[in-house]
Write a protein that binds this ligand. Structure first.
Ligand code: ZN
Length: 309
């Protein structure tokens, strides 16, 4: 098994953060996190019909997007105050557009940025603010975004829906697929195309694939970016029944980096794992200083596979 060196700049003492829901790289190689400031997602946050129950608290006043220099840990830029209610997904595309999902707003937003300055007015807003649903203009707690080089993008929707939606770069829906297999407990393996919380997305561009962290099914499912057709899935006992996020590196024939999660009432080691897509096998595992994680929520790997956050 390969070994990773854990660079102990994280969590960063130079900037107080709330619960971090997402981590990514920007095109300049900064490590960028999306965090919830003083907001906490708990049993009171949502009503049973999935509407956000704490609108009266207003948006989070802290800057929710913070970029760190990965060598020094210094804050490079920060942004995103008074905009978001319950941060979840953060994606920064090659053109430095910042894509956000907010599970309280049930919305997906695209913000433009120039020279580390992100505009406060979203260029694209999809979904109806605070109104959950399952239709062309409504999401239910959307989790994640992935952006193709031509600007078309995918949304994982989400906690209460179970679909992947592909949009044109202007925000018109092109494809939608996925069925809900959530049963409140894990089953040995759900049929393909079924999701139990599609929770994270990554693109394997050299293979023409979009891969989905199918969280409560403990697996990654990959689909063709062109037509959404099922391609392959990756599910291993060592990872267990909960798989929170996935990131891809086009090395050694294609590797998926995943993080799993704690399983209630069962001891299960929480680690990052490296999956070799060609061998269909777990080839490495990693954790901070080779210790287990507590409850990791997101993962990103550099394209050369050398850096993982
Ligand atoms: Zn989540």
């Amino acid at each position: 098994m390969a070994a990773f060196t854990y660079i102990n700049t994280w969590p960063n003492p130079k900037r107080q953060l709330g619960a971090v829901s997402a981590v990514t790289f920007d095109p300049n190689g900064n490590v960028v996190v999306f965090h919830r400031g003083d907001r906490i997602w708990n049993a009171q946050s949502f009503a049973l019909n999935n509407t956000f129950a704490q609108r009266d608290k207003g948006p989070i006043t802290d800057n929710t997007v913070v970029a760190f220099n990965k060598q020094t840990g210094d804050v490079v830029y920060e942004w995103g105050s008074n905009l978001f209610y319950m941060p979840h997904g953060l994606t920064i595309d090659a053109e430095f557009n910042v894509w956000i999902t907010d599970v309280a707003l049930h919305q997906v937003m695209k913000f433009q940025s120039k020279n580390n300055i992100i505009e406060n007015e979203a260029l694209i807003v999809l979904g109806s603010a605070f109104i959950p649903g399952n239709s062309r203009n409504k999401f239910c707690k959307p989790t994640s975004v992935a952006v193709l080089p031509n600007g078309d993008f995918f949304v994982a929707d989400g906690y209460c829906n179970a679909r992947i939606v592909k949009f044109s770069k202007t925000g018109d829906q092109i494809l939608s697929w996925g069925e809900n297999s959530f049963q409140g407990k894990s089953i040995p393996i759900a049929p393909k195309n079924y999701f139990a919380i599609p929770h994270g997305l990554t693109l394997a561009l050299d293979k023409g694939l979009i891969c989905v962290a199918d969280r409560e099914n403990g697996r990654v499912q990959c689909f063709q970016t062109s037509d959404g057709k099922f391609h392959s899935q990756y599910h291993y006992p060592v990872v267990g029944d909960r798989l929170f996020s996935v990131s891809y590196a086009p090395i050694n024939g294609g590797q998926l980096y995943v993080v799993n999660g704690p399983v209630i009432n069962t001891f299960h080691q929480v680690f990052g794992f490296v999956i070799d897509m060609t061998k269909d096998a777990v080839v490495a595992k990693f954790g901070p200083n080779n210790m287990i994680f507590s409850n990791p929520h997101d993962i990103v790997v550099s394209s050369d596979g050398k850096e993982v956050n």
